[in-house]
Design a protein around this ligand. Structure first.
Ligand code: NDP
Length: 495
């Protein structure tokens, strides 16, 4: 790989300051009641960065009480809506002021290239808080003309205490996607960041306190899914749980919610998104779109375009170009400015990905490029391309969550739509064509929450994102995302 011969040119900031490593409850940093901690690890080296307090069920209890008390005091729910907005804007400003440190923490803990963490993750995180800050004083109901002598109107009220469980692939951004709309709508929050990547979430916690958010509004509990996560999902005094992660865990959370207090559940789950390239497409743009769609963020993206359907007449040309592009991909030190791909999140995930690679050959797919772990410290692997894949193969049906692209030939539009939809998932899709009518036909026929045409991974705070089928049951971002954090109350007054 090119990375093994390259001289690292570090772009890491001077500071290596770590944030708080405790739990944030009621605006105070505290140890877990049990005193337990866990190690968070740098995936580029496999070495421990530091130890972090590990939240247990008793800590969830304390945090829920703090969030409930904040609701009762009305210090957030009843705060002037414009003041809630001002605090969210203030947080966005602080995030930008601390961009280098936040990006450094994200790279250290998650492994994504520093220049991407800074220019994409931090930028989009600040934009997300700003977008929802603007909504705070624009959340209102309707007046409804009902028969008779009545005044009937609706109010959008906060749901209450929200439990949020976020994953490790975009730690800071997923925190923003969940926190910003919940707070804008007037809720209080108990959040569990992933134990694999707690550091940027904790630094954001420090900035939340610095911005002046009232006590108990945001409580952060790093910890394991089996302890803190389960306690959140089962807690009888949490009004809603919002989760991003695997479909299997989403199912467990929905069962826990049903088995406790029937709390509302928002799930943002896995995907196996099709990216369809027609013969009339701008081929170079499509190659770049397929490449970025499958390999961005080390392939650890829920909406990654991992099933690339290519029209038979351009199949060989596409393969030649995509393999050439993958061959050039710079995998290595995430603090090097030239690096495009850092390490996978950990040993277990890497092992899982390599298991799929091995099985793909058993199933009869052809390895066109990559497939190997890099012979160096940390959890690095080559970008990997399989061709001659059939849609029923496991590598085409199961979420791998690594840099593995499946290329499948097609000849007929109806058949490719049928195959694209032949999956348990329905998160996103891409289509590449110069034919406008065909583009809109594909967009209408695909069963997925997002369809990108002649582009991929365009995610902005104002456009809703979420899954059909087993990819989830909600939308995040945009007005739709905001409404999932509100209850509608109908008020009818006899005149
Ligand atoms: P999980 O879905 O298992 O975990 C996501 C989060 O949920 C983590 O914080 C986890 O904590 C927590 N969690 C786990 N079990 C429970 C539970 N019973 N109740 C409440 N919370 C729980 O994903 P993994 O990190 O294990 O990754 C496995 C696969 O999931 C990936 O290969 C990928 O396919 C998919 N995934 C999808 C993501 C997406 O964006 N859609 C994001 C991350 C993963 P803990 O880590 O301690 O288990």
């Amino acid at each position: 790989m090119p990375s093994e011969v390259m001289q690292p040119v570090s772009c890491a900031p001077e500071t290596n300051a770590l944030p708080q490593t405790k739990l944030l409850i009621n605006n105070e940093w505290c140890s877990s009641v049990s005193g337990e901690t866990f190690a968070t690890v740098n995936p580029a080296t496999g070495e421990e960065i530091c130890r972090v307090a590990s939240a247990q069920a008793e800590d969830v209890e304390r945090a829920v009480q703090a969030a409930r008390a904040a609701l009762a005091r009305g210090t957030w729910r009843k705060l002037n809506a414009s003041e809630r907005g001002r605090l969210l804007y203030q947080l966005a400003d602080l995030i930008e002021e601390n961009a280098e440190q936040l990006a450094m923490l994200e790279t250290l803990d998650n492994g994504k290239p520093y220049h991407i963490a800074k220019n994409l993750d931090v930028t989009k995180t600040a934009a997300c808080y700003r977008y929802f800050a603007g909504w705070c004083d624009k959340i209102h109901g309707k007046t409804i003309p009902i028969d008779g002598s009545f005044l009937c109107y609706t109010r959008l009220e906060p749901i209450g205490v929200i439990g949020q469980i976020i994953p490790w692939n975009y730690p800071m951004l997923m925190q923003a996607w969940k926190l910003a709309p919940a707070l804008a709508a007037g809720n209080t929050v108990v959040m569990k960041p992933s134990e694999l990547t707690p550091l940027s979430a904790l630094r954001i916690g420090e900035l939340i306190v610095e911005a002046g958010f009232p006590e108990g509004v945001v409580n952060l509990l790093p910890g394991y899914g089996s302890t803190a996560g389960t306690a959140i999902a089962r807690h009888p005094d949490i009004d809603k749980v919002a989760f991003t992660g695997s479909t299997a865990t989403g199912r467990a959370i929905q069962e826990a919610a049903a088995g406790s207090n029937l709390k509302r559940v928002s799930l943002e789950l896995g995907g196996k998104s099709p990216n369809i390239i027609f013969a009339d497409a701008d081929l170079d743009a499509a190659v770049q779109g397929a490449y970025a769609g499958a390999f961005s963020n080390q392939g650890q993206v829920c909406c990654a375009g991992t099933r690339v359907f290519v029209e038979r007449s351009i199949y060989d040309k596409f393969l030649e170009k995509i393999v050439a592009r993958a061959r050039e991909r710079v995998v290595g030190d995430p603090f090097d400015t030239k690096t495009e791909q850092g390490p996978q999140i950990g040993e277990a995930q890497l092992h899982r990905i390599l298991g799929y690679v091995e099985y793909a050959s058993v199933e009869g797919a052809t390895l066109a490029y990559g497939g190997r772990r890099l012979a160096r410290q940390g959890y690095f692997m080559e970008p990997t391309i399989f061709c001659d894949v059939r849609n029923e193969m496991r590598i085409a049906q199961e979420e791998i969550f690594g840099p593995v692209m499946c290329v499948l030939p097609f000849t007929d539009m109806d058949a490719v739509i049928e195959q694209a939809n032949d999956t348990q998932f329905g998160l996103a899709a891409g289509a590449w064509t110069r034919d406008v009518a065909r583009a809109h036909s594909v967009a209408a026929a695909i069963r997925a929450g997002t369809v990108w045409i002649n582009c991929y991974n365009v995610l902005v705070p104002s456009a809703p994102f979420g899954g059909f089928k087993q990819s989830g049951n909600t939308r995040e971002l945009g007005e739709d995302g905001l409404l999932h954090y509100s209850e509608v109350k109908t008020v009818t007054l006899k005149l």
